[in-house]
Design a protein. Sequence first.
Length: 311
Amino acid sequence: MRVLVTGANGFVGKHLVAELKNSGHEPITSDLATADITPQPDYLCNLSCPDAVSLMVKETTPDACIHLGGIAFVPVGWSNPQLMFNVNTIGTVNVLEAFRKFAVTARLLIISSTEVYGPSFQEGTTNDESALHPNNIYAVSKAAADLTGLLYHDKYSMHTMTARPSNHIGPGQNPDFVVPSFAAQLLKIKASGLLTGKIETGNLESERDFTDVRDIVKAYRLILEKGTPGQAYNIARGKLTKISFILSELCDITGVSPEIIFDPAKYRPAVPQVCLDTTRLRKDTGWTPALPMRQSLLDVVSDLRQKLYPK
């Protein structure tokens, strides 16, 4: 299939494009017009502009689309809610409208987030039918996009689906996120020639269901190929991991024993969570996560070492 990928030059997008190519698909890459993007996408497009999105879909005539473009960093929602909604929600509506007008038979996967469940995590096993209770601006913006995508299936019989991935981990992630943030700080200490130093952390007692980005993009491809239109799919490894364990593993990998400094700016409350139910995904597509946590962390450290301290 010729697959339009929005947000193709982001952390997840680069892995997704590689997954599609390796599986015989022809990705059509799209992202914002940013000078420092390498490689340049096939199509430059601001998702907040409906005319630009419509023109892109009309000119590229894709067989399918994985709509990945958006803002994924939760704090941006509080600092700039207008931007968050313009990109994540209005951008998704623009994509849906463009496909409704110019490629209505295409298969369309909207990338949501497990953040949309919010406190539902405290109510027992969370499956694809659990109620959405978003409790931050980012989650609200994604929930609106998620439900709008499914609504377009009900209203217009479009082949839309949504994917709700858990917390990502893997090489290439922005250091604003917890795992690469820890790794970058530890590598900085290591590069100084010391085996100890200070590292700033937030809430180490939080638990998250981290899934390797390469397993996640494989799930996206399988949903696009085999998923049922009108359905939502949870994507998760299925195992909760404490942030403190992540830090301990990274210390072991880098050989650094830091002094831990609590940074209030990095603090997020420890919301009780349960593992996500991925039965629908496994049944419909045969997906299973392949990469263990240790390998993900090794690859994060290796990637950052090459970027920050090349030989």
